[in-house]
Design a protein around this ligand. Structure first.
Ligand code: F6R
Length: 366
């Protein structure tokens, strides 16, 4: 049932070109510049007119929410807040009638996310689910929602669910922006075409596997890792660090790269591997400076770069090239080598990759 792969996690990582395609099948019709999202038809006007969006989730799903925040604000010009469901539910948050609350969850059973939705509903919010498991509690409590259709995710570490969540959230944001008139039609069309090409780009990013495995062999005994990114790749840094901690038990932290000089830079020495997501986008020049700051302190830099980058390879210890795409879609591609890195390190350390200690696939208790 692992389809020839040694672990479910690896199978699910490699399934992503297909799971992303399954996610947009019948919804994204790029040659007609159309997005059909039947799951949120009744509330699309509410979304267009929303004064505010709140996203509640936990773990990896919360990271998908952070990417969505940037996309919604950029294209829809609606203020977005992303909240840990566990904090939101206990802090008497301000929710007004007509606010849109997105709940993101692979399992659809996460207790804190479910409770946050119930609370938001009781205050008059419209609650929209982005869920993988059909018929799950979260899908039932939502007013409406869009399934991610990534197929069953068995490895405890979330991989294909994350890229499917990004796919769904991007489609919702683009559709809303078009209806609101806050995105130029030309740009909307271009991004749809880019989105349709994401499975092929993920396929190419998966080809870095052997190279990533070699890098894993070099750093598998490190005691700490730092992950840095900016803009759309900032949540990818958080996600890379989470993947590493949960399955390899190596301490890792993700940071927006510019925050480094406000503390974490003190950790950097020749023992510290620093994974920097530095693909070509609007923060490229800034992240290049951040790489220089790490190298000046002798950190070991593993950089995820765009294919053909001729600057960064000369500055760092290792580079992993991934294909370029529109920057809002980049997390779907740049996260792939980080999933592979955590997988290989965990296997080399003899960890139980599919069922890490102390973790459950569905966190149904708070
Ligand atoms: C990380 C991971 C967890 C989940 C979190 C939310 O790899 O699996 O952090 O993302 O428990 O779970 P769902 O998405 O099922 O609500």
């Amino acid at each position: 049932e692992k389809g020839g792969f040694e672990h479910f996690m690896l199978k699910e990582i490699f399934e992503q070109p297909k799971s992303i395609r399954d996610c947009f099948r019948g919804r994204l019709i790029a040659n007609e510049s159309k997005l059909v999202l039947g799951g949120i038809r009744d509330y699309s006007n509410a979304l267009i007119n929303a004064e505010r969006i709140v996203i509640v989730a936990c773990g990896t799903s919360w990271h998908a929410g952070l990417v969505a925040e940037y996309i919604f604000e950029e294209f829809c010009r609606i203020p977005v807040e992303v909240e840990y469901a566990s904090e939101f539910r206990y802090r008497n948050p301000v929710i007004r009638e007509g606010d849109i609350v997105f709940a993101i969850s692979q399992s659809g059973e996460t207790a804190d996310t479910l409770a946050a939705m119930e609370l938001a509903k009781s205050k008059g919010a419209i609650v929209l689910g982005v869920c993988n498991v059909v018929g799950s509690s979260i899908s039932r409590v939502s007013h409406e929602g869009v399934y991610t259709h990534a197929g069953p995710e068995i490895g405890v570490a979330s991989t294909k669910a994350f890229t499917a969540q990004l796919t769904v959230l991007t489609m919702i944001a683009l559709k809303t922006a078009l209806l609101k008139g806050t995105i130029a039609e030309q740009r909307y069309r271009e991004i749809l075409v880019d989105l349709e090409n994401i499975p092929a780009k993920v396929e190419r990013a998966l080809k870095t596997d052997d190279q990533v495995k070699k890098i894993a062999g070099i750093y598998k005994d490190a005691r700490n890792f730092l992950y840095l990114g900016r803009g759309y790749n900032f949540p990818v840094a958080l996600e890379g660090a989470l993947k590493l901690k949960e399955i390899s038990y190596i301490h890792a932290e993700g940071y927006p790269a510019a925050e480094m000089k406000h503390g974490p830079i003190a950790l950097i020495d020749e023992e510290m591997p620093v994974v920097v997501i530095a693909t070509r986008d609007s923060s490229y020049d800034k992240i290049v400076s951040n790489i220089q700051e790490v190298k000046a302190r002798k950190g070991k830099v593993i950089a995820i770069v765009s294919e053909g980058d001729s600057l960064i390879p000369g500055m760092v210890d290792h580079t992993i090239e991934v294909p370029g795409t529109h920057e809002v879609l980049m997390p779907m591609v740049s996260t792939i080598p980080l999933q592979l890195l955590s997988y290989h390190i965990a296997v080399m350390r003899g960890c139980n990759v599919d069922q890490p200690r102390n973790l459950a696939k569905s966190v149904t208790v708070e």
